[in-house]
Design a protein around this ligand. Structure first.
Ligand SMILES: [Zn+2]
Length: 249
């Protein structure tokens, strides 16, 4: 699904694209190929790969950029790397877990027990070709990104900032969503402390396009949604959080 020139949504459980467990997977067109932001769950991976081929013909995936080590975001990484020959770029803090396919560390053991993931779902180990850390600016496929480590949803959560068509875009993973909703979940490593410490890093970035890992995205006024969440925290309140309704988002 084309969002705007150079940006396509190639998987999303909410929009019914890709596999049924996939987060939003965005494909950005750079000078030297495509950059996928997140990998989806890879259960299965073929619908995502077919969407890339069909929606962005003639382009190859040069890099896969991961926001954090949750299954719906990174589970398909090894299969995409194999199928596309792309490099995997991930937060350094995720490297060991991804390369060893540590299912307990990634929350999969518990998530399988909760019925979120099927009993036959297994995480495949995925080599990380390039590690990034907080504040680092790096270029993949000709697109420059800045990595921002924002804990709260998970200890390894990163957002990626880039400029495209003179607009400022933030790929927010599960850190902050449309409406200033935060990604706090009832899982080890998730909590408000990380948000209190790190969410202010997203202040005054002048974000136009806010592209989270789930739910609504926007091309305009993205900073308003981020600022709304920061303001609530500063006022001493919890703010809105995911999972408050019967249906996620
Ligand atoms: Zn997550």
């Amino acid at each position: 699904m084309k969002i705007v020139d150079g940006l396509t949504l190639v998987a999303s459980l909410q929009f019914g694209l890709g596999g049924p467990l996939d987060c939003h997977v965005y494909a950005l067109r750079g000078e030297n190929g495509l950059v996928l932001v997140d990998a989806g769950a890879g259960h299965p991976v073929e619908p995502l790969l077919e969407n890339v081929k069909k929606e962005i013909p003639g382009e190859t995936v040069a890099a896969l950029l991961l926001t954090h080590g949750h299954l719906d975001h990174c589970g398909g990484a090894s299969q995409i790397r194999e199928a596309c020959g792309c490099k995997v770029v991930a937060p350094a803090i995720c490297q060991q877990v991804l390369e060893s396919a540590d299912e307990a560390a990634i929350g999969l053991v518990r998530a399988r027990e909760q019925g979120i993931y099927p009993a036959d779902y297994k995480l495949r180990p995925c080599p990380v070709d390039q590690c990034v850390s907080d504040g680092e600016t790096f270029t993949v496929a000709g697109i420059q990104f800045t990595a921002l480590h924002v804990r709260g949803h998970s200890p390894d959560s990163f957002c990626y900032y880039t400029q495209m068509h003179s607009e400022k875009w933030l790929f927010a993973g599960d850190v902050v969503f449309y409406g200033g909703v935060l990604g706090v979940i009832n899982a080890d490593g998730s909590g408000m402390e990380g948000y209190r410490k790190d969410l202010p890093k997203l202040r005054e970035l002048g974000i136009d396009g806010l592209f989270p890992g789930h739910g609504i995205f926007t091309l305009r006024g993205g900073q308003r949604h981020i600022d709304c969440a920061i303001r609530r925290l500063e006022e001493g309140f919890l703010g809105r959080q995911i999972g408050q309704g019967d249906v996620l988002f």
